[in-house]
Design a protein around this ligand. Structure first.
Ligand SMILES: *[C@@H]1O[C@H](CO)[C@@H](O)[C@H](O)[C@H]1NC(C)=O
Ligand SMILES: *[C@@H]1O[C@H](CO)[C@@H](O)[C@H](O)[C@H]1NC(C)=O
Ligand SMILES: *[C@@H]1O[C@H](CO)[C@@H](O)[C@H](O)[C@H]1NC(C)=O
Ligand SMILES: *[C@@H]1O[C@H](CO)[C@@H](O)[C@H](O)[C@H]1NC(C)=O
Ligand SMILES: *[C@@H]1O[C@H](CO)[C@@H](O)[C@H](O)[C@H]1NC(C)=O
Length: 278
């Protein structure tokens, strides 16, 4: 969507092109138009690639759908000259032009829609080709395959982390979808996507490299440190509670002391003496 906007705002005016709109195969698309002049002679939707008209509007409010598009055009409920082209197939990809003819200016293009129809991408599968491991390292080669394409990629891991040979791997398939293999933490992800859909498969390297338990160990170190902290925390808490109990007992003892050895008048006298001293 963002690319589309950049295209529409900056690139298209420069290149004289029309921003592409991607539509999933089998879905419908609205051919939208505004500002059709009242005094038109003809308004027609044209599929540029075949120079064929889809539907023609006449000034008397009548319209005619071309035989090739019979059953494939719906009129928009909201806008008089906008139409819905239904059940798009790959061959429907191309530019659709809304062209108006007026008696005063002749024929002018009011709007163009550049439509690209894409099928949903095929599923992907990640498979392990080879594993070579030692006590401190593990190298794995995986292949990500889809219907008409594949990528092989090697990952080298030590006890700290994994790296992908050559970084992210990707390619454009024959059906102009993107196939890519990349590493996310210790998970290999294979993603197949186009503008309308996406599929993926993923594998945890730890499942493949058994000795990456060492790997988990390095992760667990943090947990161990945390555990020790918790251990110390417990001690601190324990000591704290002891001190609290101790001090509470002290105060209760001392108040007990005052209560038993001094009567209230003495306490008042004592308080008065202290005040006088000040
Ligand atoms: C339509 O969009 C495609 C990209 O999908 C682009 O290559 C092509 O130039 C555009 N056509 C026009 C006429 O703008
Ligand atoms: C994995 O690859 C690295 C770099 O090529 C190499 O040094 C290491 O020995 C390899 N490990 C194993 C177990 O094959
Ligand atoms: C290497 O991997 C194999 C199979 O997963 C396993 O049997 C073996 O113990 C591993 N070797 C080391 C050194 O971890
Ligand atoms: C992809 O396209 C190329 C060239 O058009 C062709 O040679 C190749 O066989 C195609 N691959 C598949 C898997 O269809
Ligand atoms: C690899 O690709 C993924 C997904 O497209 C992205 O999130 C990641 O940042 C990329 N990594 C590198 C090193 O380019």
């Amino acid at each position: 969507k963002r690319i589309n906007m950049v295209w529409r705002l900056f690139l298209c005016p420069l290149m004289g092109c029309v921003a592409p709109v991607f539509v999933q195969k089998g879905k419908d698309v609205l051919l939208d138009v505004d500002n059709v002049p009242e005094d038109f002679f003809l308004f027609v939707w044209i599929f540029d690639k075949e120079s064929s008209s889809l539907v023609t509007f006449f000034p008397d409010g009548k319209s005619q759908i071309s035989p090739t598009y019979t059953g494939r055009i719906d009129y928009s409920a909201k806008k008089k000259y906008s139409v819905i082209l239904k059940n798009l197939q790959e061959k429907d990809s191309g530019v659709y032009t809304g062209r108006v003819t007026t008696l005063t200016v002749g024929g002018i293009i009011l709007i163009q829609h550049n439509i690209t129809v894409q099928d949903v991408v095929s599923p992907v599968q990640l498979e392990v080709n080879s594993v070579s491991n030692s006590s401190h390292s593990c190298n794995v080669t995986l292949t990500c395959s889809t219907a008409d394409s594949h990528i092989s990629s090697t990952f080298r891991c030590d006890s700290q982390k994994c790296d992908q040979d050559g970084g992210n791997q990707s390619k454009i398939t024959n059906s102009s979808s993107t196939l890519e293999v990349y590493l996310w933490d210790v998970t290999v992800i294979c993603k197949h996507r186009n503008q309308v859909s996406s599929t993926e498969d993923r594998t945890d390297i730890q499942h493949v490299c058994s000795q990456l338990i060492a790997f988990s160990k390095s992760f667990n170190l943090k947990a161990v440190v945390k555990g020790q902290l918790r251990f110390f925390d417990t001690w601190t808490l324990f000591i704290g509670v002891c001190m609290l109990i101790y001090s509470l007992r002290q105060t209760s003892c001392s108040s007990q002391f005052f209560r038993s050895h001094l009567d209230p008048t003495d306490v008042a006298a004592l308080a008065g003496a202290t005040a006088m001293e000040r």
